[in-house]
Design a protein around this ligand. Structure first.
Ligand code: ADP
Length: 495
């Protein structure tokens, strides 16, 4: 087993990975940029090394610096977290060349799944359903593209082979818009990814995003750990995730799970991965892509399967067998995750910066907070504005929504504005409560992003007293269906 592991990341995921490593008796090496010198992921590590600079490109994306630090500190392995270098095949290969284990799949699998055209072809060959489309040809004349589009039918999507984060994707409603969209997608893909290849895909109306957690080891075992529904998205970014999906019955879950495992087996998949599908309103599901890393929303799987996915990643990377078989894996209850962002929903979701003066995550049975910040942390412009993930588990979905509402109401962040009130409104929207979610949910339902009116100072003072009072209060009576003062203190500064 590894003695020392470097975590090539920051924020909540670096803290979360460090917790498991330390539990396993493995020493933790942190790296940090100048703005992160006092960050929680540095404090939790056994040793921490600076990465000169401030921006992601100068620091957490510097594969050469990170590998150098791993070698100097004597780390046996690197955990990449998500984002940054986690899906960079060249980084994974460089780790191998330096005798450092990359905790993730092989560079070959990362490369193959980074190309959406190759990924779709691999899935077609493995009989995993893919969205009808055309794999494209960079030299094709526009009349060939037109003919293929007519065959697929409108509406359709022009998608970049190297795409990610929704970039290089264009919706085409009818034939007259095809040429301009095809060219625009290719231009955008060329400048964003240095790869202008574009392909066509039928546009599935109002789908759900349903993904399956898979895990493989180097002994040929591949299993799935059920689904996560991530349909609540804003600009293709997930903000609320849950499991089980309200849309899956036992039969569909089994079929999709089998497809996910077939995808993993076709790839010879090792370590943690996520097979993303879209699920059409008619119940048909289609492969979208494989994310070759630990996913932001992995804790909902942990809370319902009672497995530690980071521990499994470490064991598998060290050459051991998976710590669970498919038959061992059972899901109980319901878990929801809300991504807490320092941003202002009322002001077009602009990222909010500044010092967090008070930071008090909610306490309670089956409430989990994965935080990347603490009181005194500075939210800067340099990185993603997600400050924490809030999770709630309960025996049923209805109870999990109630528990999450309570948890949001009792999450104290004084300083930068957050999306907590916005999350609360989504969660309690009748259509969300009914389980009627799809990827256009936020656009269609126009959830009110406006802040409630600022609270009088006395109200804030009362709330501070309440939060520090030792006598427990009746949670249900005053938190459910009421707006806590904490929802509106965002724009206020104590200093
Ligand atoms: P990226 O890698 O850029 O995130 P994906 O292929 O994963 O691109 O798609 C991102 C999101 O776009 C999906 O979660 C879904 O909401 C939407 N999407 C992608 N393909 C389709 C499709 N064929 N029909 C409808 N929606 C789609």
């Amino acid at each position: 087993m590894f003695k020392k592991v470097l975590i090539a990341n920051r924020g909540e995921i670096a803290v979360r990975v460090a917790q498991t490593l330390r539990e396993m008796g493995i020493a933790v090496v942190a790296v940090y940029s100048a703005p992160d010198a006092a960050a929680p992921h540095v404090a939790i590590a056994d040793e921490a090394h600076p990465l000169p600079g401030e921006t992601a490109a100068e620091t957490y994306l510097r594969a050469d610096h990170i590998i150098e630090i791993a070698k100097e500190s004597g780390a046996d392995a690197i955990h990449p977290g998500y984002g940054f270098l986690s899906e960079n095949a060249e980084f994974a290969a460089a780790c191998g060349r330096n005798n450092i284990t990359f905790i993730g799949p092989t560079p070959e699998v990362i490369t193959a799944m980074g190309d959406k055209i190759t990924a779709k072809k691999t899935m077609d060959d493995a009989n995993v359903p893919t969205v009808p489309g055309w794999s494209g040809d960079p030299n094709a004349k526009i009349d060939v593209v037109q003919a293929e589009a007519d065959r697929i039918g409108y509406p359709l999507l022009c998608k970049a082979a190297a795409g990610g984060g929704g970039k290089g994707m264009r919706l085409v409603e009818n034939a007259k818009d095809l040429e301009a969209s095809w060219e625009a997608a290719a231009r955008e893909a060329g400048s964003a990814f240095g790869d202008a290849r574009v392909f066509l895909e039928k546009y599935i109306e109002k789908p759900r995003h349903v993904e399956f957690q898979i895990f493989g080891d180097s002994h040929g075992n591949v299993v799935h750990l059920f689904e996560r529904e991530c349909s609540i998205q804003r600009r293709y970014q997930k903000i609320i995730e849950e499991t089980p999906s309200p849309a899956l019955d036992e039969d569909l879950r089994n079929r999709m799970g089998e497809s996910a495992v077939a995808a993993g087996k076709a790839l010879g998949y090792t370590n943690a991965g996520t097979v993303e599908f879209i699920l059409a309103p008619d119940g048909q599901y289609y492969f979208l892509e494989v994310n070759t890393r630990l996913q932001v929303e992995h804790p909902v799987t942990e809370m319902t399967t009672h497995q530690d996915l980071v521990r499994a990643q470490v064991l598998v990377a060290a050459g051991e067998q998976l710590p669970f078989s498919q038959d061992d894996l059972k899901q109980t209850g319901h878990a929801i995750e809300c991504r807490i962002y320092a941003e202002d929903p009322a002001n077009n979701f602009v990222p909010a910066t500044g010092r967090i003066h008070m930071y008090q995550p909610p306490q309670g049975t089956n409430i989990r907070t994965d935080s990347g910040v603490a009181a005194g942390s500075e939210i800067t412009v340099y990185y993603d504005p997600m400050v924490a993930k809030l999770l709630a588990w309960a025996p049923t979905r209805e109870q999990a929504i109630a528990r999450m509402t309570y948890a949001l109401d009792n999450f104290v962040i004084l300083g930068p504005t957050t999306n907590i009130p916005y999350l609360r409104r989504i969660l309690n929207h009748p259509e969300f409560v009914a389980g009627n979610t799809h990827t256009h949910f936020l656009a269609d339902h126009a959830i009110d992003a406006a802040p409630t009116s600022p609270p009088p100072a006395a109200y804030i003072a009362a709330a501070v007293c309440k939060s520090t009072a030792s006598t427990p209060t009746s949670a249900a009576s005053h938190t459910i269906n009421t707006e806590s003062p904490w929802h509106t203190v965002g724009p206020w500064r104590v200093a």
